[in-house]
Design a protein. Structure first.
Length: 402
């Protein structure tokens, strides 16, 4: 057979080019895949970093709930919000500008919305440091979290209109009533509660009456063997001293004469005035939502027709004359005395706890004149809700808002 010679010149170059293209494509695919994996990992890291900053911002609000900023305590600022959504003229949220996290890993900004007296929503947005600096292709990452926060109130054992650790003398036309009384004009009160005791004392306590006083309750007088000194100084995990340390207003022992009452600057309640204890008689007024913790460091006398609301702590004895009215919780280490005078009888709406400690020479509560001490669950709950601090929900209370 005739031998045929094949011309294979140039095939090696073509195969080499094809191989280079294929290898290049594989390398390019590997580089693209690696780059994408790196970017995804970087984005995940940025998202997780921003998520951590958002969490830090949320819990920073809870941690500083009881702090004082520019003379105003945060808890009073938050309590003064109207439930969301509110009318245009009402303030329904507190907004927080961008703040650098303590960890220095980013910054957060958000708002706090009040849902009701016991429930708040913290809405927080955060970005990590690199995302804020704009050095990330695509704009970086941000996270938005929501956290439901409830008010953790004091665990005050309110089983009577008056709880006393000593002897009680009720004279004149005074009235102590353990039935539930709702303050006039107050909204958002709980439903009617069963009657409490009028006076609750230790098992060896005595209650003496003269004149024509009124003792009403279920029962009118309760001798409670479980009542001890710790009942007046411990409220769950909070002590009297710890509560006094968080007071909005601390005043030395003195006679207050026609000075205690709401103070308004323009249309705003002026909480910097130490004798402004809210305006319970005008619940819709500027100071209607102001329920301070007031701490009197000694024996104080409150004279004539003033008013206040919240929690009143008295290190010594308290002498009420005339028509002073207080709505909420009153805790007295010494004794309580009331006397007539003025056009309005002395009133306590809520509950009064009088320890009658042995360090005071007089441990007898003398409730005379036309004093009315009325049990009010509404006043108690309002005072506890307005003076309590925020805490996390027991179950999952946060949600990722994106």
């Amino acid at each position: 057979m005739k031998q045929v010679l094949k011309n294979e010149r140039g095939m090696a170059l073509a195969i080499a080019i094809v191989a280079l293209v294929i290898v290049g494509a594989l390398i390019a695919g590997a580089l693209f895949s690696g780059t994408q994996e790196q970017r995804v990992a970087e984005n995940v890291r940025r998202v997780q970093g921003s998520f951590g900053v958002a969490e830090e911002g949320v819990y920073d609000i809870i941690r500083t709930w009881d702090s004082t900023v520019a003379g105003v305590q945060n808890r009073q600022k938050y309590a003064g919000l109207y439930p969301h959504p509110a009318f245009p003229a009402a303030k329904d949220s507190v907004r927080f500008g961008w703040k650098t996290a303590k960890s220095k890993t980013g910054s957060y900004s958000g708002s706090l919305l009040k849902l009701n007296d016991q429930l708040y929503l913290i809405d927080m947005t955060a970005q990590d440091t690199m995302s804020l600096a704009g050095r990330i292709r695509g704009g970086g990452a941000s996270q938005r979290l929501g956290l439901l926060t409830r008010i953790r109130p004091l665990q005050v054992n309110t089983q009577a209109a008056v709880t006393s650790g000593g002897s009680d003398v009720v004279v004149g036309s005074a009235s102590i009533d353990g039935n539930y009384h709702q303050p006039t004009g107050w909204a958002g009160c709980p439903p009617l509660d069963s009657a409490k005791a009028g006076i609750r004392t230790q098992s060896d306590g005595t209650v003496a009456t003269s004149g024509h006083p009124t003792l009403i309750g279920n029962p009118p007088v309760l001798k409670d063997p479980t009542l001890a000194d710790s009942s007046f100084t411990h409220y769950g995990d909070v002590t009297y001293d710890q509560l006094a340390a968080t007071a909005n207003i601390t005043l030395a022992a003195q006679n207050f004469s026609n000075s205690i009452g709401p103070a308004v600057s323009g249309t705003t309640c002026d909480v910097t005035v130490p004798t402004n204890w809210g305006s319970p008689s005008t619940p819709t007024g500027a100071c209607g939502n102001y329920f301070p913790i007031v701490h009197i460091t000694g024996t104080g006398s409150i004279i004539n027709g003033q008013e206040g609301q919240g929690v009143l702590l008295v290190d010594g004895s308290l002498n009420i004359q005339g028509g002073f009215q207080f709505f909420g919780i009153v805790i007295i280490k010494g004794s309580l005395k009331t006397s007539g005078g003025g056009s309005t009888p002395a009133h306590f709406w809520g509950t009064v706890m009088v320890q009658d400690t042995a360090q005071f020479s007089d441990t007898t509560n003398n409730i005379s004149g036309s004093a009315n001490l009325l049990y009010s669950k509404c006043a108690i709950i309002k005072a506890l809700a307005k003076t309590g601090v925020g805490s996390m929900m027991r179950s999952r209370g946060w949600v990722q808002l994106y």
